[in-house]
Design a protein around this ligand. Structure first.
Ligand code: ADP
Ligand code: AMP
Length: 215
């Protein structure tokens, strides 16, 4: 099964996808994480990606697909469910996935969170880059300030989590979303909308409910 977690940046996709993965024998594929891992190398592609991400712009559809497809095939070969986080972000990406064959999403779950709450969430986000664990200064604080609970290593703020960049990323999301949703409606893909506000556990409960009810 291929699940898409869809919603504005900061709506909680990363937080919820790791919980979901452990519930359903799934693996999370986050295109944002793929790019951040790639940036750790220091070749021209890494430099190009770094410039795009830090500006809050989108990576080209072609490159996203080229990097993501082998990952989907790897998870499928391991006979695990695929949980997509942060993909598709454009209509072309959604269409390309279908054209690739045998990798069409079975269920798209849309998280609703108002823009002003998104800004609070993203500007307070702290991450542990090595593991992808995500915290929030106020909403989901680590046990010790600025320190990862598991490894004791230092947490950082993402370079693209600055207020100006966040505004740009939210605007891009709103521009691209309706065509993607319309496309999945035309494809008769199951789409569920859930309320992404409230405590993390409550959102997880809503998520598990729509997943179980679609089976
Ligand atoms: P996304 O992957 O969609 O960008 P994240 O999962 O990284 O979003 O969440 C963005 C920020 O919001 C993080 O700092 C996270 O700790 C926090 N967060 C996630 N879910 C909630 C929630 N239900 N209430 C408050 N803060 C949340
Ligand atoms: P995220 O981790 O989902 O917030 O993504 C961080 C950044 O990675 C985005 O702002 C984009 O620059 C890039 N990115 C992630 N996923 C995609 C995608 N599907 N298409 C284009 N760019 C992406």
């Amino acid at each position: 099964v291929i699940l898409v977690l869809f919603g504005p940046p900061g709506c909680g996709k990363g937080t919820q996808s790791s919980r979901l993965a452990s519930e359903i024998n799934g693996q999370v594929l986050s295109t944002g994480d793929l790019f951040r891992q790639r940036i750790a190398q220091s070749d021209p592609l890494a430099q190009k990606l770094r410039a795009i991400l830090s500006a809050g712009e989108l990576v080209s559809d072609e490159l996203v697909i080229q990097m993501l497809l082998p990952e989907i095939h790897r998870v499928q070969a391991a006979e695990q469910h695929v949980i997509l986080d942060g993909f598709p972000r454009t209509l072309v990406q959604a269409q390309s996935l279908d054209q690739a064959g045998n990798v069409s999403p079975n269920h798209v779950i849309v998280f609703d969170v108002p823009d002003d709450e998104i800004v609070d969430r993203i500007t307070g986000r702290l991450v542990h880059p090595q593991s992808g664990r995500v915290y929030h200064q106020r909403f989901n604080p680590p046990k010790k300030p600025q320190i990862d609970d598991v490894t004791g290593q230092k947490l950082v703020q993402r370079e693209d989590d600055q207020p100006q960049t966040v505004k740009r990323r939210i605007a891009t999301y709103h521009q691209n979303t309706q065509p993607i949703i319309n496309y999945y409606q035309e494809q008769n893909t199951i789409i569920s909308q859930i309320d992404g506000t409230g405590p993390v556990n409550q959102v997880t409960d809503r998520l598990m409910q729509v997943i179980h009810s679609s089976r």
